[in-house]
Design a binder for this molecule. Structure first.
Ligand code: PMP
Length: 285
């Protein structure tokens, strides 16, 4: 565990990194966050993460009391203060301390904190042999309720689906949207490959616009592949040749079983492998 936390402009010891129980982040999940990786002492896609954090904040009408540049610097400073080269960084902005009512206007100063920790990955075995997932009964948040594009502190929708995954003996669950189309997993975006074409649900399906997802689409196109952002049904997953998940922490994880049905030949696919390798290379550039 890294020992220094950036809290409202200062690097403090982990034991002193505290916010009030009256913070609306605690009382209502009123706030936004980012999960970021560093590789060999360099923060990966820092600008994209900072931009998404500010977009999420704007989406909930939360004014972050610093510039995007200052946020980016604070993230790098936190990583350096913890002396971790390969790390997972969590940047959080809460609505701040207020009254017991919902009114965000009664929370005069947001709390900003940045944690830098060792990265915990899926077990290595899953990258080699693939992950099993199930479809959750809990549907993804309706985009007109809490839009999944907002990376908010209110992750109960995902947590409920994660519980279903764990109950089924798996580590991830596929979440469908209000129309029954595939949205994403609880903490990762989803891709399939069919006849060498790479498919992933569009943003309009109600998903987080994953930074790894963007990167994978760009890599696939550079490799000369056709990439299509299209609505997918469960049937599309079941008949796919390959399936994989993408996320900052997970990177690219092959999926080999969905709802107990083997995908393709039940082993990680060749296109998944090529995309995963190219992604890993990019993280080291
Ligand atoms: N979907 C959800 C719900 C997530 O929380 C995340 C991030 N953990 C992702 C997708 C992947 O996004 P990114 O590639 O930007 O980490």
């Amino acid at each position: 565990m890294g020992s220094k936390v950036w809290l409202n402009g200062e690097l403090v010891d982990r034991a002193d990194a505290k916010v009030s129980v009256f913070d609306h982040g605690v009382l209502y999940g009123d706030g936004v966050f980012e999960g970021i990786r560093s590789y060999d002492g360099k923060v990966f896609r820092l600008e994209a993460h900072v931009r998404r954090l500010f977009d999420s904040a704007r989406g909930i009408r939360l004014a972050i009391p610093m510039t995007q540049d200052a946020m980016a610097r604070a993230i790098v400073d936190t990583m350096e203060a913890n002396g971790l080269k390969d790390s997972y960084i969590r940047a959080v902005v809460t609505r701040g301390e207020g009254t017991l009512g919902l009114d965000p206007n009664r929370c005069p100063s947001p709390n900003v904190f940045i944690i830098c920790d060792k990265i915990t990955l899926y077990p290595q075995e899953l990258y080699e042999n693939g992950l099993e997932v199930v479809t959750a009964a809990t549907m993804r948040n309706h985009p007109n309720a809490v839009n999944p594009r907002l990376k908010s502190l209110n992750y109960l929708n995902n947590i409920l689906a994660k519980i279903e995954a764990i109950d089924a003996g798996t580590l991830e669950a596929v979440m469908l949207n209000h129309l029954g189309y595939v949205a994403e997993c609880t903490g990762d975006n989803l891709f399939i490959v069919r006849d060498a074409v790479v498919f992933t649900p569009p943003i309009s399906a109600g998903i987080l616009e994953g930074i790894t997802r963007d990167e994978i689409m760009a890599i696939a196109r550079e490799q000369g592949r056709t990439v299509r952002e299209e609505n997918l049904t469960r049937q599309d997953l079941y008949v796919a040749d390959e399936c994989f998940l993408t996320g900052t922490a997970a990177e690219v994880v092959p999926v080999v079983r969905i709802d107990k049905r083997p995908i393709g030949n039940g082993k990680p696919g060749p296109i998944t492998r090529q995309l995963a390798e190219a992604f890993q290379q990019r993280t080291r550039e």
